[in-house]
Write a protein that binds this ligand. Structure first.
Ligand code: HEC
Ligand code: HEC
Length: 260
């Protein structure tokens, strides 16, 4: 989605909502009793794109609900620092503190809406393409050094604490755009950026196939990520071992704290 007008002009009211609580702005002087200033009220501005409880819109806007809190925090930080680019998100996060970004991340991570089921992918992919996607996702391609997506994102693709996102319940176009962005370096994660290393090995055909297969899978009711584990990942991921941003590194399994 390209924005032709300045995001500042479009999103200023939304930012005000975030900073000063929706209750006072929406109810204004007419309110008899002001609505409570809750996170749910403040996050109403996000609902227009991400759904009432962060379930996503099924077309492009990603699901936030149930994603690991550190993962969401890293993304909000990345948008704020423009390491990840999307004008609305860059603008909305530009004035927010780390503490507030943590609060937002915790709020959406704890939401448990029913996420719309994946759509059958027959329109975008043939059976052979879907099979290629399934193979990449579940087994990888050893000959080309591509680890299975499941080896990090887990067999149910619901992700792993603290920093590996679920990749189920996300739309086809969103998945393929993110894989493309990692590959070209438009999007990057905390070093070592394992996801970029994976994406660099994927061809356009691979990206199309794995996005088609993943987005067509039934969405589990429970989207909770797996607990953190000391089991080694096929590549070191900074997002999973990073300790500077949330102070929880000491509590994490030592085996994950690999040298960068
Ligand atoms: C105008 C629509 C819009 C609004 C409003 C909006 N977002 Fe987003 N958001 C997006 C889009 C589109 C993306 C994906 C951008 C991309 O392609 O990288 C995104 C991405 C995100 C991500 C990263 C998700 C992931 O899986 O990596 C987070 C977290 C997020 N938004 C949080 C919020 C929060 C919190 C609010 C409210 C304060 C908000 N967004 C408001 C459109 C919006
Ligand atoms: C070595 C571990 C590892 C492997 C293997 C891996 N990923 Fe990831 N992936 C990650 C991490 C870590 C992140 C979060 C990066 C960040 O913090 O932005 C991520 C992020 C993503 C995202 C962004 C999700 C969102 O909501 O924006 C997508 C999409 C994705 N991976 C797809 C895949 C696919 C498809 C494969 C298999 C071809 C794969 N990944 C293999 C570790 C991995």
């Amino acid at each position: 989605m390209e924005l032709r007008v300045s995001p500042r002009r479009i999103f200023r009211p939304l930012l005000a909502l975030l900073l000063f609580s929706s209750a006072n702005i929406l109810s204004g002087a007419h309110a008899q009793t002001p609505a409570p200033d809750t996170m749910a009220a403040r996050m109403m501005g996000c609902a227009a794109c991400h759904g009432a409880k962060g379930e996503g819109n099924g077309a492009y806007f990603p699901r936030l609900a149930g994603q690991p809190p550190d993962y969401l925090f890293h993304q909000l930080q990345a948008f704020r620092g423009e390491h990840r680019k999307y004008p609305a998100m860059n603008y909305l996060t530009s004035y927010l503190t780390d503490d507030y970004l943590h609060e937002i991340a915790a709020y959406f991570s704890a939401q448990k809406p029913v996420v719309p089921a994946g759509k059958p992918a027959t329109a975008v992919a043939t059976a052979a393409v879907l099979e290629r996607g399934r193979t990449l996702a579940t087994l990888g391609d050893a000959a080309r050094g591509i680890p299975a997506c499941a080896s990090c994102h887990t067999a149910s693709f619901t992700g792993r604490l603290p920093g590996i996102p679920g990749i189920i319940g996300l739309p086809h176009d969103y998945l393929s755009a993110q894989l493309g962005a990692f590959r070209t370096g438009v999007r990057h994660a905390i070093a070592p950026d394992c996801m970029q290393q994976v994406a660099l090995k994927l061809s356009d055909t691979d990206i199309g196939a794995v996005s088609a297969w993943l987005s067509a899978q039934p969405v589990p009711r429970d989207l909770s990520p797996a607990p953190a584990s000391a089991e080694a990942l096929p590549l070191a991921c900074g997002s999973q071992t990073d300790g500077q941003t949330d102070g929880q590194a000491a509590a994490r399994p030592a085996a994950q704290a690999r040298p960068r």
